[in-house]
Design a protein around this ligand. Structure first.
Ligand code: BGC
Length: 858
């Protein structure tokens, strides 16, 4: 019996569509059916107000909102049913509810309420009493802050966000959250309370000692609680002049330095009715720009899981060190009993020195030190709330009595993205490498895409996410989250006149001047382009188009008539293995070559974007620019036979992948030369941030698959698996963040959790397992597994916008077997080893067997 079902409608990229900022949210749905080759013919949408619409269209991903835009606060149910080209018809999907947030600045009455200056240290408390009338139907809290906050209503925590409102370019965009607090508000006396800490707004942030008060010197809460009654009337309680403030138990809280909590200072009942706040200080009402408040487009940071220690170790000075077996971003939760006033101290590090002590040097100016002073009234549980650390090891000092490792758990915190991508193979080392990539993504999506989660940096470095987006978009649904970051990028770019090196931009030494930088600034073009390919979100390209063109126009201007961008400071192929520890930009590959290659690539992507947006003139102009840059690159950097200047792995990877070597013979020569270089280097990697995500693809394109596999499976340093053999559980910043003798690289910049070099995972998904998008959003798939490296099986699975796609293959003496799952409403082209032509299939499960005798299909 075959069935045809539709999952509930989703809105934009939201996981929880409460308080969204889009008045006309695009709608998506996933169809579930065993009907072979199912394609959608039409759909019906029904809304909870009784309206309905029939649309003759095969679109099921980000379909246009078909009715008048939502008004602020408007809530609506939606359901869908579909008909297939084969005449099949589904029933209605379950209802989904969407609710608009506050869409206009004028919807905001709340001011910004700040604790008085004398209470600014630590995390002060704020509270306000209010009364609610009878017959409440719903209550919503719209909330944001200058700083980071936790809110309570009548003694209960509202929501489970970690470090809200996250970090955005606060002077351009400040995100607010919408919470349903209907269950917390009651008739009569109520209290709303908040704890406020510095976070990114006023806290010390940035390398070289950083800066404090980046956005201002006052933390403040912006909250608007709206209570709706059965008669339709509404009461609003906002941050106004009725708030009071007092110190709380948190005596200091910094993102880098950690949190100190003195439980003796806990104020019982402070956020519940009946509490006497007469000796609290009046809070100050500050003005703020309501036009900056925006609803989030992605999920918040949350506690995702807890991890127990795998070992309790003793350091060289007898210190107790817990090993959580996994490098992660998060913090510890402790359960402790002891005398009042006793302090437990927790220090965090990613690795140990050779002598077994915590390696704190790589943290630079981040103390990563939490401390808890006991109240002494029995078993106490504590987890810091306003900080996060990157660590695998924790040193526990001052534990009263014997430490039971079960009393300390690591709480993993990151953006609550939906996991969408998986990979497995017959080689456990590759599986670990892949796990390390996943963990480095988790560690570096703590609200914004960062370089690292542990040291005094944690900035939204543009180059890192530029090279990692293809991998990120496979592993997790990050389109909503990165759209927000791209909005910040565009806003900063507009103000600064170029794409800064990191977003949000804060002015730090030595980057007070912002030189346009290739591969970093190109994030403006590449990130939206890749997200569109993977999610099918054409609207994102439309939104980012001005930013994309502004970047390409700017760098084309820098290249000038010569069409070579070979001036100005560059980061180049950052951190290639030959770069000296303290001069990571001194890579083998000419930075002018890197920059010119990226100019050609970005110009081409903008041209293709213009085509998609029906901007024919722009398309022609940017194609022309890209062609000119290719010609200039060819003349400047490539010999007549096809040798590329510098003769480095990255130079060839760029030239081949970005189509910069003209002519088949010359291309073949360049391909051979790349393979020779890789072989001559003993199949050890020779690339940095720029070349690393490209090299295996470049080798595959030119038929040197075996070399790509040998490079990937190399275990000697430098290589991907070197770190795995050294026990890595995340991707390292440097190929040799830990040296073969087990010591930490002496470079001042040595992180053990940087995702950039993990960009190879995208090749693993597309080539080893063979699952790639052929059309935006995977509406068409390319299935092209290319076995090698002695692997006997591999699998990739991706929750595409159309549903689950999976490719798995195995090979044995009988031949090669591939199983493919193609989601409804998509098609796939299946390329099998030794089969000259692809086989086109529709949705369903397909099995192919290639034996000596040829292809079997069933
Ligand atoms: C960061 C990088 C970044 C680089 C560029 C480093 O400090 O950690 O990942 O891209 O600087 O300068």
């Amino acid at each position: 019996m075959t069935s045809l079902h539709v999952d509930p409608v989703t809105f934009e990229h939201h996981r929880d569509p409460l308080g969204i900022g889009e008045a006309a949210p695009r709608l998506s749905w996933v169809v579930r059916t065993e009907l072979a080759g199912w394609l959608q013919q039409a759909y019906d949408l029904e809304f909870s107000d009784g309206t309905a619409i029939h649309v003759a269209s095969g679109d099921s991903v980000l379909a246009p909102w078909p009715r008048r835009p939502l008004r602020s606060r408007e809530r609506l149910g939606v359901r869908v049913r579909v008909t297939g080209q084969d005449g099949s018809a589904s029933g209605w999907s379950p209802w989904s509810e969407v609710e608009a947030g506050l869409l206009e600045p004028s919807d905001w009455q709340a001011g910004a309420v700040a604790p008085p200056r004398e209470l600014l240290s630590g995390a002060p408390l704020l509270r306000r009493d209010f009364r609610a009338r009878a017959h409440i139907v719903s209550a919503r809290l719209y909330v944001s802050a200058h700083g980071v906050y936790e809110v309570e209503v009548n003694g209960a925590r509202v929501g489970d966000d970690v470090l809200p409102p996250g970090w955005s370019s606060y002077h351009h965009r400040l995100r607010y959250r919408t919470h349903d607090v209907t269950e917390l508000v009651r008739e009569g006396d109520n209290v709303i309370g908040a704890t406020l800490a510095e976070g990114w707004y006023t806290g010390r942030y940035g390398f070289h000692g950083g800066v404090s008060g980046i956005y201002g010197d006052r933390t403040a809460l912006i909250a608007q609680l709206e209570i709706t009654y059965t008669d339709g009337s509404r009461d609003t309680v906002g941050t106004d002049d009725g708030w009071r403030s007092a110190p709380g138990p948190v005596t200091s809280a910094g993102l880098y330095d950690g949190e100190h909590h003195d439980a003796r200072r806990h104020v019982p009942g402070w956020s519940s009715p009946g509490f006497d706040d007469a000796n609290w200080h009046p809070a100050e009402l500050l003005s703020h720009d309501r036009a900056l408040l925006v609803a989030p487009t992605g999920p918040p940071v949350r506690r995702i899981e807890t991890i127990s220690a795998v070992a309790a170790l003793t350091g060289p000075d007898g210190e107790t060190i817990l090993d959580f077996g996994q490098n992660l971003a998060g913090r510890l939760r402790i359960r402790v009993q002891g005398p009042a006033g006793h302090t437990v101290s927790l220090r965090h590090a990613e690795v140990l020195e050779k002598n077994g002590a915590l390696a704190l040097r790589p943290l630079r100016h981040a103390a990563a030190h939490d401390a808890y002073t006991l109240k002494g009234d029995g078993v106490e549980e504590w987890e810091p709330r306003f900080t996060v650390h990157g660590f695998r090891y924790a040193q526990v000092d001052g534990w009263p009595g014997d430490l039971d490792p079960g009393d300390v758990v690591a709480v993993v915190c990151h953006t609550d993205l939906r996991r969408t991508g998986y990979f497995e193979s017959s080689d456990p080392r590759l599986n670990r490498l892949h796990e390390n990539v996943v963990w480095s993504m988790r560690g570096n999506f703590v609200d914004l895409p960062t370089d690292c989660p542990q040291r005094d940096e944690r900035l939204g470095w543009t180059g890192d996410i530029q090279v990692f987006t293809p991998t990120a978009a496979f592993l997790y649904d990050c389109a909503g989250s990165l759209s927000s970051w791209l909005a910040d990028l565009a806003a900063e770019q507009k103000q600064l006149g170029t794409v800064p090196l990191y977003v949000p931009w804060i002015s730090l030494d030595p980057f007070r001047e912002i030189p346009p930088t290739a591969a970093w600034g190109d994030a403006a073009v590449v990130v939206p382009w890749v997200l569109h390919q993977r999610s099918g979100d054409l609207g994102l390209l439309r939104t980012q188009y001005a930013s994309m063109t502004a970047w390409v126009d700017q760098i084309a201007g820098l290249a000038g008539e010569t069409r070579l961008w070979d001036t100005g400071p560059q980061l180049g192929d950052w951190l290639d293995p030959t770069a000296p520890p303290e001069r990571p930009f001194e890579a083998q590959t000419d930075p002018g070559l890197v920059a010119t290659a990226y100019l050609a690539y970005s110009a081409r992507l903008v041209a293709e974007t213009a085509t998609l947006l029906d901007l024919a003139e722009d398309a022609a102009r940017y194609h022309d620019l890209a062609d000119q840059v290719v010609t200039a690159f060819d003349a400047a950097y490539t010999t007549a036979e096809g040798k590329v200047a510098g003769d480095s792995q990255t130079a060839y990877a760029l030239a081949l992948r970005f189509g910069l070597v003209v002519g088949e013979q010359r291309r073949a020569y360049a391909g051979r030369r790349l393979a020779e270089l890789v072989q001559a280097n003993g199949h050890r990697i020779g690339t940095g941030f720029v070349g690393t995500p490209l090299i295996c693809d470049a080798l595959t394109d030119v038929g040197a698959v075996d070399d790509a596999y040998r490079l990937l499976l190399q275990t000697e340093c430098p290589s991907w698996l070197y770190a795995v053999t050294m026990g890595a559980t995340t991707i390292w910043e440097r190929w040799d963040s830990m040296l073969p003798d087990g010591s930490v690289n002496p470079g001042e910049m040595t992180s053990f959790n940087h995702y950039a070099l993990g960009g190879v995972a995208d090749w693993m998904h597309r080539t080893i397992a063979g699952l790639a998008p052929a059309e935006p959003g995977y509406r068409r798939l390319t299935v092209r597994p290319i076995p090698g490296g002695g692997l006997t099986r591999a699998l990739a699975r991706h929750e595409t916008p159309y549903g689950r796609a999976e490719v798995s293959w195995s090979s044995d003496d009988d031949g090669f077997t591939v199983e493919v799952t193609v989601p409804p409403n998509t098609r796939a082209d299946i390329h099998l080893p030794a089969e000259p032509e692809p086989i086109e299939v529709g949705s369903g499960r397909h099995v192919f067997h290639v034996a000596g005798a040829g292809l079997d299909r069933w």
